[in-house]
Design a protein around this ligand. Structure first.
Ligand SMILES: [Mg+2]
Length: 114
């Protein structure tokens, strides 16, 4: 599935057009994804098979993390749609930016304008 196709379909599930609501949702979902990784890191029941050296996730942790990453993707799709931005264009711009940084040996570091 292409990103723009996903974006169009994702929009069908939005209950409103409130950008602030979507933004809060995105932050909530990012926190949920971090929560799964926290439990993996801590070795909670169902998450103890994780090995940071090979990034292997238990099946349960993988499913939970994938679900939260999907939630994050949905929120990004509807926020972009609200702003009239296409996911394809955002993805292409992002890869272009990263390619430029890599060519200039600027992947590491901080700041948007590298
Ligand atoms: Mg979630």
């Amino acid at each position: 599935m292409k990103l723009n196709e996903y974006q169009k379909e994702a929009r069908l599930f939005a209950v409103n057009d409130d950008l602030l609501h979507f933004t809060f949702g995105l932050l909530e979902e990012a926190g949920e994804a971090a929560g799964v990784l926290k439990r993996v890191y801590r070795g909670d029941d169902g998450y103890e098979d994780f090995n940071w050296s090979d990034y292997g996730l238990s099946e349960e942790a993988e499913k939970k993390l994938a679900a939260e990453l999907g939630d994050i993707l949905w929120h990004i799709a509807v926020i972009a749609d609200n702003l009239g931005l296409s996911l394809d264009a955002i993805a292409e711009y992002n890869l272009s930016k990263l390619q430029s940084r890599k060519q200039r040996d600027m992947i590491k570091g901080s700041g948007d304008n590298r």
